[in-house]
Design a protein around this ligand. Structure first.
Ligand code: PEP
Length: 248
């Protein structure tokens, strides 16, 4: 079974609502590709105008964060039903910036993954090692542990609809990309872990992205690897290069 490629932009804390609409217009023709799931994961305030701007196109809308309760006294937070109602399909969970800057741990990340599935949102679950762990040679154990913790009590059927983004922290926003072989090594290992935790069908179905300074120049080689089913793209998702990545 061929897995469908998924190219997702993580806009992070960039673009005001009017800038977001302008970027959608700039990318409109560049991201056309019926064989690829294209996703814009945008700041909360941009969700409604972006959903309107991409209506009728091949672009799906994603969010960058949410909280696990449906409503109530959680000042500053946004819920899964709110995202769903606004047209969101995908949700980034466990990004290294949320783990490191906002102290999100694997208990909360696991709760978010379960809540996303229960709410009909498709999680893009991020994992990845620091430069220190890469240099120490313990990165595989670290990533295996993240995956096991973050998928606690998630079912095999749910995993078939999951996207996992392998994002080595040392390659995020640094201009330094993992080589295609380094990225494949870990993405292949992640698929093996899914097979051990679940079964062959779940491992075959789960989509695994690489993220970390992916750009128009290196995307084709990374995406040619057997266990890399797409990309999660930060910086290059904010410019025309994103269209080249979608069509790489
Ligand atoms: C990211 O933040 O998910 C990311 C991969 O960023 P960049 O492409 O800028 O390295």
């Amino acid at each position: 079974m061929a897995r469908r490629r998924i190219i997702a932009g993580n806009w992070k804390m960039n673009k005001t609502p009017s800038e977001a609409v302008a970027l959608c217009a700039e990318l409109k023709d560049l991201v056309k590709n019926d064989d690829v799931d294209v996703v814009y994961c945008v700041p909360a305030i941009d969700i409604v105008p972006v959903a309107e701007a991409v209506k009728g196109s091949n672009v799906h809308v994603g969010a960058e964060n949410f909280y696990i309760e449906d409503k109530g006294a959680f000042t500053g937070e946004i819920s899964a039903p709110m995202l769903k109602d606004a047209g969101v399909e995908y949700i980034i969970i466990g990004h290294s910036e949320r783990r490191d800057i906002f102290s999100e741990n694997d208990v909360l990340i696991n709760a978010k993954v379960k809540k996303a599935f229960a709410s009909g949102l498709k999680p893009i679950l991020c994992c990845g090692e620091s430069l220190a762990l890469r240099k120490a040679g313990t990165y595989k154990e670290w990533i295996a542990r993240q995956i096991k913790w973050d998928l606690t009590d998630v079912t095999a059927d749910q995993v078939k609809g999951l996207v996992i983004a392998y994002e080595p922290i040392w390659a995020i926003g640094t201009g330094e990309t993992a080589t295609a072989d380094q990225a494949q090594e870990v993405c292949g290992m992640i698929r093996e872990i899914i097979k051990e935790l679940y079964d062959a069908a779940a491992a075959e179905a789960v989509r695994i992205q690489y993220g970390g300074s992916m750009n128009a120049g290196n995307a084709a080689e990374l995406l040619s690897k057997p266990d890399i089913d797409g990309g999660l793209i930060g910086g290059a998702s904010l410019k025309a290069d994103f269209g080249q990545i979608v069509n790489a």
